[in-house]
Design a binder for this molecule. Structure first.
Ligand SMILES: Nc1ncnc2c1ncn2[C@@H]1O[C@H](COP(=O)(O)OP(=O)(O)O)[C@@H](O)[C@H]1O
Ligand SMILES: [Mg+2]
Length: 242
């Protein structure tokens, strides 16, 4: 399902973070959202996922208005996200982190027996897929930054989101991990997941994106395939001017 916003606005006091953002991120694509620091990318994710309420404008997912829905309802509708500053529980193991992502009541809450075992298997499956199964019993605080980011993503994928929003997945991770993230996003997209990726690493953005939206001062100033964005004068201007 496509994720779309019309004239989304958000100000923090006198700071205008979103200034009429009208954007459509089409289903099935790897979409990128780029722009200088402070251009409103994270605020956009926060508004779309219901974590903060926009001052005005609408958000739709698959044509359904989700503007005023709570974060858990938006997640349940199929939109998952990671955070720029990576959210994991430092004193919980990788396994418990991934299980907690789909059990708001806590790891020990609720499931027993066969259903519990099925979820543990699914969690193990995602940890394996992300290449961190060897850390399954390790507490998150003892992992590298990159490993914590993969762990956070494993938790998001546990929710089986059809659309995944990633806020700076490559930020602070080493080049080998960068390659793994790129490959993973491509594979998950080939299986039918839609992505919207906020990212500063232009090599990654240009190599994996189908469609790029460029923000400047809280609104899109350009969009198109990488070949067009690479040479767009407004884009170069926004970056050089910042
Ligand atoms: N919770 C907040 N309170 C006050 N100002 C904020 C808050 N969140 C973001 N901003 C401001 O909104 C603008 C956009 O920020 P942000 O969305 O984080 O940009 P980006 O992710 O593109 O770097 C910046 O000027 C930032 O300082
Ligand atoms: Mg940000």
């Amino acid at each position: 399902m496509s994720l779309a916003t019309v004239d989304l606005r958000k100000a923090f006091g006198g700071v205008v973070a979103l200034d009429g953002a009208t954007v459509t991120f089409r289903e099935g694509r790897i979409n990128a959202l780029i722009g200088p620091n402070g251009s409103g990318k994270t605020t956009y994710f926060n508004c779309v996922t219901g974590m903060i309420r926009a001052d005005s404008g609408t958000v739709t997912y698959g044509g359904t208005d989700i503007t005023r829905k709570a974060p858990h309802a938006i997640a349940r509708a199929g939109v998952g996200r990671t955070f720029q500053l990576c959210r994991v529980f430092p004193r919980m193991t990788a396994l418990d982190n991934v299980l907690a992502a789909v059990r708001p009541g806590g790891v020990s809450g609720g499931l027993r027996g066969a259903r519990h075992r099925a979820e543990v298997d699914r969690a193990r499956g995602w940890l394996t897929r992300l290449g961190i199964e060897h850390l399954i019993d390790i507490e998150a605080r003892n992992m590298s930054w990159g490993q914590q980011k993969l762990l956070e993503l494993a938790g998001v994928l546990m929710g089986e989101p059809a659309t995944v929003l990633l806020d700076e997945p490559a930020g602070g991770v080493n080049p080998a991990l960068l390659d793994r993230i790129g490959t993973l996003v491509r594979d998950l997209n080939a299986e039918g997941r839609t992505f919207v990726i906020v990212e500063h690493n232009m090599d990654l953005v240009m190599s994996i994106s189908d469609h790029i939206v460029v923000f400047d001062r809280g609104r899109p100033i350009a969009e198109g395939p990488p070949s067009l964005i690479r040479t767009d004068e407004r884009v170069l201007g926004a970056y050089l001017g910042s």
